[in-house]
Design a protein around this ligand. Structure first.
Ligand SMILES: *[C@@H]1O[C@H](CO)[C@@H](O)[C@H](O)[C@H]1NC(C)=O
Ligand SMILES: *[C@@H]1O[C@H](CO)[C@@H](O)[C@H](O)[C@H]1NC(C)=O
Ligand SMILES: *[C@@H]1O[C@H](CO)[C@@H](O)[C@H](O)[C@H]1NC(C)=O
Ligand SMILES: *[C@@H]1O[C@H](CO)[C@@H](O)[C@H](O)[C@H]1NC(C)=O
Length: 457
């Protein structure tokens, strides 16, 4: 026999995503939306007899749930208000587009295709948002109507064949970011940043395509972007970017925050001095230092952004004969996770298979190594999360998979089939960032990111 307890609570808006999903997927408690838009919570007590201590426990759970519901209802009300604000901004945006229509020649060249990509992304975001609210609220209908209207306007503008409405593009990106923030809040505060009490990666979100690189040039296919994985105080919002038409690494750009990244307004441009040029594009920023590969001598290089000093360390075992499948010269791949800084490379001794090396940040030396069974040239790219190496490979033009994992704690390897969508076919940089549990990918010239979901059982 199963006893069922139903809690019916009126919600002000119709929505269901009011409890952190991960806490409730055990099957003991489920939530849905009733006919009137109210939140319905089912608590299943898997039992035969009726022991008093369980009843006591249930009372506690009920009380906690009531509290939780109360908190979440308050949040929902604020979402509703926020969505209305976004809607208004979109309306303003439409007005601005109309204004630009009449004076478009004042603006520089516009990439209409990119504008469409961003509109599609925007639509997908709204769709996701609507699904997770499980609601047919008129707010969403209006958002969709606005997006359709914008698409039409873009089509019309293109027939004028005028150049460049960069301004609109930036507005779009800003709007996108706002929706993304709304989404993030909807997932609620992630209490598990830094927590490795899980059995590994379960899935990746859909790709979030931010925009094309700061050179506004899809020909800049070799590069990377992301955030500092261990930011120093005051640099928590900083982004980095670097890209080129070939695999050589000549310079890096830093942006003080997201808006500056979108506006392509760098706070700093590091032109790498002669002798310190890099290659391979598998660099990261960690502790306000850029770690990247140089070729003469073939070694790890570090540019300390605080002191602007360069340093290098040779790894005798690392081989220059093996690269990842999408790009040449990728011999040293830097990674950072909850456990610190790593470098991944293949060695002759390990027959071209990936070796994981832990970097001691103080001495900039190798402190430990693990030999994996992943043959590097079959791997698209690799990253570390919670002390586990994950390797990817191509499934088809639009699909990639995490197919291999190696746990440095247990020294065990696993074969996986975690599929995820690609925006474009190839990528030169893929890294996990423990500070937001996201993957950052430089995908044929575009900034792309994914949210990582871990298996917490
Ligand atoms: C969404 O709401 C419908 C009824 O309005 C319900 O049948 C369905 O189970 C809900 N889905 C989720 C994921 O809560
Ligand atoms: C779409 O744009 C037209 C003008 O271009 C405007 O009259 C109409 O109200 C807009 N529709 C929505 C849903 O905003
Ligand atoms: C890890 O999670 C499991 C189940 O989710 C829990 O039983 C255990 O106490 C947790 N361990 C730590 C150290 O938090
Ligand atoms: C970078 O340089 C600063 C100032 O000299 C120093 O305090 C810091 O420890 C250095 N960071 C790294 C990662 O080497």
């Amino acid at each position: 026999m199963r006893s069922v307890l139903l809690l019916l609570l009126s919600a002000l808006a119709a929505a269901s995503a009011w409890i952190p999903v991960e806490d409730w997927e055990s099957g003991e408690v489920t939530a849905s939306v009733g006919e009137e838009g109210q939140c319905v919570c089912h608590v299943y007590l898997p039992d035969t007899t009726f022991p008093a201590d369980r009843m006591e426990h249930m009372h506690q759970v009920t009380k906690d749930l009531m509290l939780e519901v109360d908190i979440q209802i308050k949040k929902m009300v604020s979402y509703d208000a926020k969505l209305k604000v976004y809607l208004k901004e979109l309306k303003d945006l439409s007005i601005r587009v109309v204004m630009l229509e009449s004076s478009a020649d004042k603006y520089v060249k516009l990439d209409f295709e990119l504008l469409r990509v961003e509109l599609r992304e925007f639509e997908a975001l709204v769709l996701q948002l609507r699904d997770s609210f499980n609601s047919s609220s008129p707010v969403f209908d209006s958002l969709f109507a606005e997006i359709r209207n914008m698409s039409l306007i873009v089509d019309q503008l293109e027939t004028f064949d005028q150049s460049n409405l960069l301004v609109i593009r930036i507005e779009f990106a800003k709007l996108q970011k706002k929706l993304e923030d709304c989404q993030k809040e909807q997932e609620f505060v992630k209490p598990d940043i830094g927590n490795c009490n899980h059995t590994g990666i379960l899935s990746l979100s859909k790709p979030m395509v931010l925009q094309i690189n700061a050179h506004l040039n899809a020909g800049y296919q070799y590069g990377g972007w992301g955030k500092d994985s261990k930011p120093v105080r005051g640099s928590e919002s900083m982004y980095f970017y670097g890209a080129y038409t070939g695999p050589a690494v000549h310079d890096f750009y830093l942006y003080s925050d997201y808006d500056k990244l979108i506006l392509r307004s760098a706070s700093k441009h590091h032109d790498i001095p002669s002798g310190w040029e890099g290659t391979g594009n598998n660099y990261i920023v960690h502790g306000n230092s850029i770690y990247y590969q140089i070729n003469s001598p073939f070694s790890m290089s570090k540019l300390n952004l605080t002191s602007s000093k360069y340093e290098y360390r040779v790894i005798p075992a690392a081989s220059q004969s093996f690269s990842y499948s999408y790009s040449p010269n990728q011999n040293l791949d830097f990674a950072a996770d909850e456990n610190g800084l790593w470098v991944l490379y293949a060695s002759e001794e390990n027959l071209g298979k990936i070796v994981i090396a832990k970097i001691d940040e103080k001495s900039f030396g190798i402190q430990d190594v693990w030999k994996t069974g992943a043959y590097k040239q079959l791997v698209g790219n690799a990253f570390m999360a919670c002390g586990v190496l994950y390797a990817t490979r191509s499934v088809d033009l639009n699909t990639e998979e995490i197919f291999y994992a190696y746990d440095t704690r247990t020294k065990e390897e696993r074969h996986l089939k975690i599929h995820f969508q690609k925006f474009q076919e190839k990528y030169t940089n893929l890294d996990y960032n423990p500070s937001d549990q996201k993957l950052y990918m430089y995908n044929n010239g575009y900034y792309v990111s994914y949210s990582v979901r871990f298996d917490r059982e």
